[in-house]
Design a protein around this ligand. Structure first.
Ligand SMILES: Cc1cc2nc3c(=O)[nH]c(=O)nc-3n(C[C@H](O)[C@H](O)[C@H](O)COP(=O)(O)OP(=O)(O)OC[C@H]3O[C@@H](n4cnc5c(N)ncnc54)[C@H](O)[C@@H]3O)c2cc1C
Length: 236
C-alpha cells in the first residue's frame, strides 16, 4: 500500500447528488478493479479521511477516479470546493471486492452509489475483452439517480453484460421506463436469473442494502455464503 499526493484534474457531476473526481499522480498506480482508496483532505482546517472505491478501471491509464454521493456533510462540502489543480492525499490500494476469475457466471447487486466498484470491474472486463457472463441488477429511487446510466446501457448494448435497472416503486416508474419497478427481491432474481444457483454474487452499497440483499440470497434463495462477495459502504 502506498500513500502519495494526487492532483485533481477534473470534477464531473454524474447526477444531481453524485460527483466524480479524477486524479493524477506521479506514482505508478497498481490496483485491481473494484478495490478502494483512502482520500484525505483539509476540512475546515483539519485533515479528514474517508474511503472511496475506484470508479475508474485500471485500463483507464490517464487518471484514476472516485465518485462520491454528496450528502451535505462537511467532507462533501470540502469536495465541492475542489477544482482542477488542487491536491489530495491518497492511500491505496485496499480491499478484496474484485472479480473472481475462477467463477464462470457472475451477478452484481447494487443500489445507488454502490455502483462505483462495479462500474470499475465491468469497465475493466469490457476493456480487456474478457468474455464475462455477468448480470448487473442496479436499483435506484428514480431515473435521475442512476449513476453512469448511459455508459452502463452502452456496455450492455454491446453485450458486455446484461443490465437490469430497477426503480424502488411503481409510483416512480415513468410510462416509458423499460426496466423493472420495485426493490430487488427474491422474485426478481428468480425471474431474471433462472441459473442464479450457478452464479457468484457481488453485493455493494450502504450496509442496510447489503444486509438486505445477503438475507434474500442466503435466506430465501439458499445461495451459500461462500458464493457471495460483499462491499459495505460503511459510513452511510
Ligand atoms: C470500502 C468503502 C468504500 C466506499 N466507497 C464509497 C464510494 O465509492 N462513494 C461514496 O460516496 N462513498 C463511499 N464509501 C462511504 C464513504 O467512505 C463515506 O462514509 C460516505 O461517503 C459518507 O460520508 P459523508 O462525508 O457524506 O457523511 P458523514 O459526515 O460521514 O455522515 C454520515 C451521514 O450523515 C449525513 N450527514 C452528515 N452531515 C450532514 C449534513 N451537514 N447535512 C445533511 N446530512 C448530513 C449524511 O447523510 C451522511 O450519509 C465507502 C466506504 C467504504 C468503507
Amino acid at each position: 500500500m502506498k500513500q502519495f499526493n494526487a492532483q485533481v484534474i477534473e470534477v464531473i457531476p454524474r447526477t444531481h447528488n453524485v460527483t466524480s473526481f479524477r486524479l493524477v499522480a506521479e506514482e505508478i498506480l497498481d490496483f485491481q478493479a473494484g478495490q478502494f482508496m483512502q482520500v484525505t483532505l483539509a476540512v475546515n482546517g483539519c485533515e479528514q479521511s474517508k474511503y472511496f472505491s475506484f470508479s475508474s478501471s485500471p485500463t483507464e491509464k490517464k487518471y484514476f477516479e472516485f465518485t462520491k454521493k454528496m450528502t451535505g456533510s462537511e467532507f462533501s462540502k470540502a469536495l465541492e470546493r475542489l477544482k482542477s489543480g488542487d491536491m489530495l492525499t491518497v492511500k491505496m490500494p485496499m480491499g478484496k471486492f474484485v472479480l473472481d476469475g475462477t467463477a464462470s457466471k457472475h451477478a452484481f447487486l447494487s443500489g445507488g452509489i454502490g455502483i462505483t466498484p462495479i462500474r470499475s470491474i465491468l469497465k475493466d472486463a469490457s476493456d480487456r475483452g474478457l468474455p464475462l457472463d455477468a448480470v448487473l441488477f442496479y436499483s435506484n429511487h428514480s431515473p435521475e439517480d442512476v449513476v453512469f446510466r448511459s455508459e452502463l446501457e452502452a456496455m450492455a448494448a454491446e453485450k458486455k453484460f446484461r443490465l437490469v435497472l430497477s426503480l424502488d416503486t411503481k409510483d416512480v416508474c415513468p410510462a416509458d421506463w423499460k426496466g423493472r419497478c420495485g426493490f430487488i427481491d427474491a422474485k426478481m432474481i428468480r425471474e431474471e436469473l433462472p441459473d442464479y444457483q450457478e452464479r457468484l454474487f457481488y453485493v455493494c452499497g450502504p450496509p442496510v442494502m447489503v444486509q438486505s440483499m445477503v438475507s434474500i440470497l442466503e435466506g430465501q434463495l439458499k445461495v451459500p455464503g461462500e458464493r457471495i462477495r460483499k462491499e459495505n459502504f460503511a459510513g452511510y
